[in-house]
Structure formats: structure tokens, C-alpha cells
Design a protein. Sequence first.
Length: 251
Amino acid sequence: MYVSNDPMKQFELQRIFEFGVAGVDLSFTNSALFMFVAVAAVSAVMWFGLRGDLVPTRMQSVAEVLVGAIRSTVRDVVGEDGMAFFPLVLTLFLFILFANFLGLFPYFFTTTSHLSVTLALGVLVFVIVVSVGIAKKGPLGFVGMFAPPGLPFYMVPFIWVIEFISFLLRPFTLGVRLFANMLAGHVMLKLFAGFVATLIGTGTALGALAIFPLLGVVAVVALEVLVKALQAYLFAVLTCIYLSEVVHDHH
């Protein structure tokens, strides 16, 4: 979050290293930097948290809880046949979780507050689901899954079109849901913090009223912690649901 009166300033991309190839801008930005930071943080937690020490540390306990939660989710939603996707779901969950939480630190950047990032994650899941579906069911079987069995023949085209459009919208809904929650939370937090700074900056008795927006900041931070964790887990659960539809022979 950046120190600025503009609540949208914190989402601006800033070039750290500028360079391009054949007219294509390949500059290294603050968003890319904090993606690397998120990956490094995940790697550190997993490395030090899963070493198997005789006396478990707090980091080991945290790592085991995170890994165990995703393992159980994959097993319950996708089934034993879907455990091959456990590394994928765990990686997505941990990256989003750490990227979300890094944004709570002052002067840090929330990469998941940009639609381009969250949409790319959604498209990644979509491509994997389509690939798995075609590999498991074949092209015709995959296309046929959009028409549930038992439908009257005259309803098949209508339902198929609706289901197919709904399927195509999945990467957008995945990306927009995460992006919107991260954006809204940080805007609210910045606005409350701005109220506190403005009231204190008056140098008058109005400064005493700063306690109210300050309490709002505390409440929003607490809510943001919950939302950030929930959104990361929801992304993982939806990924499991989409994989389950193509792994198993049910719609």
C-alpha cells in the first residue's frame, strides 16, 4: 500500500527495470516483483515447514495444516482419482494465499488486485480442465458432457448452449471474483486510513474523532484477513469442482 490520498494509487504498476524486445514492453514491474516474493515465501514455508524435524516448529505446524487442508479438499471433492492434481491445487492455493496476504504490509503490492493476474490464473485452470476432459473422455465425450443424460431431445440444443456458455465463462468468474474482492478490500482500507490521517492532520478537536475511522481500519483489516484466506481456498475448491466434472462420468 502506498502513502497517497488516492485510494487507487496503490494499484498502479511501476516499472523497476525497463526493457523491451521487438517493440514489446517486457519491463519488470512491482507486480512481477511481488509475484517472485510470493513464490519465495511459499518456497521458504514449504522448505522449512516440511523438513520432518523430530520436534515440530510453528512453521511446520502451519505448513502441515495448509497441506492437509488442501489434500483433504482434493480427496473429498475430486476423489482418489484426482489426487494426481493435488500438487496443482496446492500450488495455486498457496500462491494466491501468500500474494493476498503480502498486500496487507505497508508499501507492498497486491498482485491479485490486478485482473490480468487473476484472469491468467483462471485461464490456466480452464486450459488444464479442458485438456484433462478431452484426455479422459475424448473430444466427443467432452462436448457431450454439456448435455445431461435423460433430457428430451428437443431440450438438448438449448441446454447444451447454456451449459457451454457457462463453461466458457468459468475463467472470467474465477478471475473476477478474486480480483474484485482484493480491490474492494484495499480501497476500503485506504479510505478509512485516509480519514484517520485527515482528522489528525486538522490539529483541532476533530482529531479526537479519528478514533472512529481507526476502529474501522482495525475491523477492515480483520475482515481482510478472513477474506484473503477464504478467497484463496475458494479458488482451490472451485478448481477441484471443475476437475471433478471431467475426471468422473457425471455432470
